[in-house]
Design a protein around this ligand. Structure first.
Ligand code: GRF
Length: 212
């Protein structure tokens, strides 16, 4: 069972999708902590409902970004996660944490990367006039939304879509893609070679229908 720590800043619908997949036994891991960077998040309410412990590291309580990152790093050391999941975490992680947990941090972004990285991906997609968009689950590297891609799912963009309707469509796919990618990680089926993530076949250990 992998030890999963989730970082979130807001609504927490992806966190809930992951926690629910764990609850249903679809991910061989357990969510040992939700960390939020601000008070009053819906994500924290959802964690409490799921009986998952929550840590609040209120960014504004720290005088510098370095102090905040140090507290986050200390907390992560204490938790000793196998996987860190960024589920709507609205900060750029410090380089120290990214390097220490390289290959163990996964993010979800609401566009088909490398198109529309950074903030307001939905607005960027609408403004550009694309006919398809979607979501990307990727490992986190030192850039913004640049890490090796694990999974992508697409949606079509209608002429009357706006940022809000597109976000709603993409969110449905996010809630499928994120638990799926995390399940693969927890089965040790993701191998990173440069920019590419290779999906290893399911071993008999993970497939109850194979090899008796
Ligand atoms: C999602 O659109 C995700 O792709 C982006 O932030 C949003 C988080 O939504 N990184 P939620 O908090 O999981 O509902």
């Amino acid at each position: 069972m992998k030890r999963i720590v989730v970082l979130a800043s807001g609504r927490g619908s992806n966190f809930l999708a992951v926690a629910s997949a764990i609850e249903r036994g679809e991910i061989s891991g357990r969510c040992i902590r939700l960390i939020v960077d601000r008070p009053g998040t819906l994500a924290a309410v959802r964690a409490e409902e799921q009986k998952i412990p929550v840590s609040l590291l209120h960014y504004s309580d720290f005088s510098t970004k370095a102090d905040y990152e140090k507290a986050l790093s200390d907390l992560l050391h204490m938790l000793n996660p196998d996987l860190i999941v960024l589920a709507g975490y609205m900060r750029i992680l410090g380089l120290g944490i990214i390097r220490e947990y390289s290959g163990k941090i996964i993010n979800i972004h609401p566009s088909l990367l490398p198109a529309f990285p950074g903030l307001n991906a939905h607005g960027q997609a609408i403004a550009y006039g694309v006919r398809v968009s979607g979501c990307t689950v990727h490992f986190v590297d030192e850039g913004t939304d640049t890490g090796p891609i694990i999974l992508q799912r697409c949606v079509s963009v209608a002429e009357d879509d706006d940022e809000v309707t597109l976000a709603d469509k993409i969110l449905v796919e996010e809630h499928i893609a994120f638990p799926m990618a995390i399940a693969l990680f927890c089965q040790n089926r993701l191998k990173v070679f440069g920019r590419k993530v290779i999906l290893l076949p399911q071993s008999s250990e993970h497939n109850p229908h194979e090899g008796h």
